[in-house]
Design a protein around this ligand. Structure first.
Ligand code: ADP
Length: 631
């Protein structure tokens, strides 16, 4: 098709079939471009433009499609790394499109895009010249136009045919001369435009010439984007359209900057997106690890925020509360908790927990199971209450074993105590001569047997006491008591044994009278006895024991100091555990159950007091304990 006809078909109104054909080719081109661009989000704004094309006709549609293709082209070149299927340069893209799509079936406006820059510019310069020619033709008449063209352009090979300029010859000359440099083409056209303009200036005067030039500029700027307008301004003779040029440059620059900025922002966004994706994945991984642990734990966990609202609940906790695995409704969960552990309202229980010291309910029997409940207040770095954790352990099995063991010990100890008591009376009677006189040897042996039996009875009593302590069957009778008096009477009882071992015990005088304590006197008597017995037992002949009483805030502090064998450092952690006996202690004193201190600790803690010690091997030991002052 001759160039003129092609231009007509683009800028004139095409027939319905022509339009449909053009639309089809535009669509196939977009499909192709869409296919190589994988980033859907990025191309969708461009595809919106493509949709717009559907509703347009003729020139307008072509211009929109030209604009869209420019955008597309820029987009592909600038977003190379995002185009996953293939990486294109502008030239490669053109080549590929020309190879894959019948370029001749595209409307001119689109076709232009796939020409190289020189050819593309050539087309535009020719189209602009066409406008110039029409303007002269309609204002100054055909004659004038012919004159102008005839003088200079005929040399270049441009002729008028059917009211249009025909560039066929001109084009082939350009190609023949291999004038493919853009600067060379620009200079040809600059000369042509200048000749045209000078001619009009001569015959029409400056005002009209400028008006004509402005009219052509308006047509061009109405229809084309700034890239094409700048092509037009490149070939216009200098001096005319100066103000348009200035306005255009600032507009073009602005557009360029906006485009550049948009690209920068897109790239930044892309980077940020990538970082966000990575972080999200890391977090997801962490969360997965954590949820594997929490979901498979044997303990129930319920985590609340600082306003006591549910953040998290694990599978075991739901199971204990009798809820389905999917239950996440805070109210339902709260209700189930209230039903199960009715005496332990969550908020109130957390009120009883302190920083670092959870509120623990050691044993709750519900629905045939035994649970241990801990209300733990978690603090943030600043030490403020940040979260609340309810920790539920099912200790049914352990407790049942424990109870069975306690029952066994209790039965066994009671069974032992009866025959031992029988033996005590029989041995006592024989030894005291009630059943006939004894030789001194017989008497001595019998007394030894009597003592051994007494120790056995004491041991069985210790066992029973410890057992009762654990099974919480101990009754406490709290009352106010004078701790000094209590010590006086305990010392009176111990006096004999201390003398026997040549150990001096002294109760150090107090500065002022101590306030009464609030205790179960019998239990505290046992505590003092156990501690003093130990001091006597584990101190060598000639040693000393000092007792010191003082008031410390709400408590009375008691210390018992001896200069005995001391406790080896590696055994500090075991001293208060049941049946534990120190290595040095068991060598020195074979008798002993390792129950004394276990009982002491339990009893003191039941009173709200504390017990601890300081010791050095071969130098001595100090045991301290506190008891609450009566209010
Ligand atoms: P037992 O005295 O029957 O061994 P206890 O529970 O009373 O059991 O004491 C546990 C252990 O603590 C003792 O075996 C001993 O090693 C150590 N101990 C207790 N009191 C003293 C003390 N005053 N001096 C040194 N060691 C002590």
């Amino acid at each position: 098709m001759a160039f003129l006809e092609r231009v007509k078909s683009v800028f004139g109104k095409g027939s319905q079939t022509e339009l449909e054909g053009e639309l089809r080719s535009i669509h196939s081109l977009f499909a192709f471009l869409g296919d190589i661009v994988v980033e859907k989000d990025l191309i969708s704004p461009l595809l919106k433009d493509e949709k717009k094309i559907d509703g347009l006709h003729g020139l307008e549609r072509d211009l929109v499609s030209v604009r869209t293709f420019f955008l597309f082209e820029d987009f592909i070149v600038e977003n190379k790394p995002l185009i996953v299927k293939r990486v294109y340069s502008k030239e490669e893209l053109r080549e590929d499109i020309v190879k894959n799509i019948d370029i001749k079936s595209l409307p001119l406006a689109c076709e232009l895009l796939f020409l190289d820059e020189v050819e593309q510019s050539l087309y535009f310069y020719e189209i602009f010249l066409q406008h110039f020619f029409h303007a002269v033709d309609s204002h100054a008449g055909r004659k004038k136009a012919e004159q102008i063209l005839g003088r200079d352009s005929s040399n270049a090979g441009i002729i008028i045919e059917h009211d249009e300029l025909d560039y066929d010859e001109f084009n082939s000359r350009v190609k023949q001369n291999d004038r493919k440099e853009l600067s060379a083409i620009i200079s040809i056209f600059k000369n042509l435009y200048t000749a045209f303009y000078l001619e009009i200036l001569d015959s029409e005067g400056e005002k009209n010439a400028k008006a004509l030039a402005s009219e052509v500029f308006r047509i061009v700027s109405d229809h084309y984007n700034y890239k094409i307008i700048s092509k037009f301004l490149d070939v216009m003779p200098p001096g005319i359209l100066e103000s348009e040029r200035l306005a255009f440059i600032s507009h073009g620059e602005l557009e360029e900057t906006v485009n550049q900025r948009t690209q920068d922002v897109l790239k930044e966004k892309e980077k940020v997106d990538l970082i966000v994706q990575e972080r999200t994945k890391e977090l997801e991984d962490e969360k997965n690890k954590l949820s594997i642990v929490t979901e498979n734990m044997f303990e129930g966990a319920k985590l609340l925020d600082s306003n006591m609202h549910l953040i998290f609940i694990n599978r075991k906790c739901r199971e204990i509360l009798g809820l389905s695995n999917e239950e996440n409704n805070e109210e339902v969960i709260e209700e189930a908790f209230g039903r199960k552990f009715e005496n332990y309202a969550v908020e109130e229980s957390f009120g009883k927990s302190d920083r670092g010291a959870p509120f623990v309910v050691p044993e709750i029997d519900v629905d045939g199971k035994i649970y241990k409940l801990s209300f733990i207040t978690l603090l943030d770095e600043k030490g403020a209450r940040a979260n609340f954790l309810v920790w539920i352990e099912d200790i049914t099995e352990v407790k049942q074993l424990d109870r069975r063991k306690s029952e066994f010990i209790s039965v066994a100890a009671h069974q032992l105590r009866t025959p031992l008591s029988g033996l005590k009376w029989t041995l006592g009677m024989i030894a005291s001569g009630d059943l006939g006189p004894l030789s001194p040897d017989q008497k001595a042996f019998l007394e030894k047997s009597y003592d051994s039996n007494e120790r056995m009875i004491a041991l069985v009593n210790d066992l029973l006491n410890a057992n009762r302590l654990e099974s919480q069957k101990f009754q406490y009778n709290f009352a106010t008591a004078d701790i000094q008096e209590l010590f006086d009477s305990v010392l009176f009882d111990m006096h004999h044994e201390a003398m026997r071992r040549d150990i001096t015990i002294s109760l150090e005088p107090v500065a002022e009278k101590l306030p009464p304590v609030y205790v179960d006197v019998e239990k505290i008597r046992q505590v003092c006895q156990n501690l003093l017995e130990n001091s006597i037992k584990y101190t060598m002949k000639g040693g000393f024991i000092k007792i010191h009483l003082s008031k410390e805030g709400e408590f009375v502090l008691i210390s018992i100091t001896d200069n005995g064998i001391g406790i080896p450092k590696d055994q500090y952690g075991s001293i208060f555990t049941r049946f534990f006996r120190g290595t040095n202690a068991s060598k020195l004193e074979t008798d002993g159950t390792g129950l004394g201190l276990f009982v002491v600790k339990n009893l003191i803690e039941k009173h709200g007091g504390k017990v601890w010690f300081e010791s050095e091997v071969d130098r001595g030991t100090v045991f301290y304990f506190t008891l609450p002052i009566a209010k």
